[in-house]
Design a protein around this ligand. Sequence first.
Ligand SMILES: Cc1cc2nc3c(=O)[nH]c(=O)nc-3n(C[C@H](O)[C@H](O)[C@H](O)COP(=O)(O)O)c2cc1C
Length: 205
Amino acid sequence: MSRLLIVTSSLSGAASQSNRLTERYAAGLQASDPALVVTRRDLGRAPVAPLDGARLKAIATPLAMRTAEEALVARESDALIGELQAADVVLIGAPMYNFTVPSQLKSWFDHVARAGVTFRYTATGPEGLVNGKRAVIVTTRGGRHRGRPEDHVVPYVKTMLAFIGIHELEVVYAEGLAIGEQERTRAMSEAEAHIDALTSTELAA
Ligand SMILES: Cc1cc2nc3c(=O)[nH]c(=O)nc-3n(C[C@H](O)[C@H](O)[C@H](O)COP(=O)(O)O)c2cc1C
């Protein structure tokens, strides 16, 4: 039985192109693996709280030493980490907002990157502790930024995933979505074809 965690971060709800593409990926996997367990973490619909001083202190305090208040505050990020640890495949919907990820997705990474739990520092550098997983990033953009210096989405998400131990990943791009109807249709068709190829390859593997 495989487990898929879908983390989406668009604020556009039903109109979101990245949500549409992540759902296509999930449907592709589920079509041939009805036992697939899918967990959805929709950060656009239900944002996780940005870190603040109290939250940071609660999270940094070991479980047994937390006050009742700290335990309550830490529970949300513990749940996010639990979802991540339980997944075999992590699918991330990452629209480009002002050249980087939506702040909701940044907050999610702030919660799940926890020293001693999802990564640790060693004499030879940081070591990710979230092992044995694959990731797929689906990134949507109004313009075209792939591989360019202003694209802070893909390098950032890749860096964070590698930092916590996820090195095996694919990136699906849907670019130029705001350029015009023709361009948008073409970009979405290409992204859909890429997703279909990924899900059929993964199922054959
Ligand atoms: C707040 C905001 C900021 C955006 N910033 C950029 C940007 O910097 N570059 C770009 O190409 N598109 C930008 N866009 C366009 C989105 O990337 C595009 O609409 C994409 O489809 C969003 O994904 P979604 O449909 O899943 O929400 C922005 C959109 C919003 C709402």
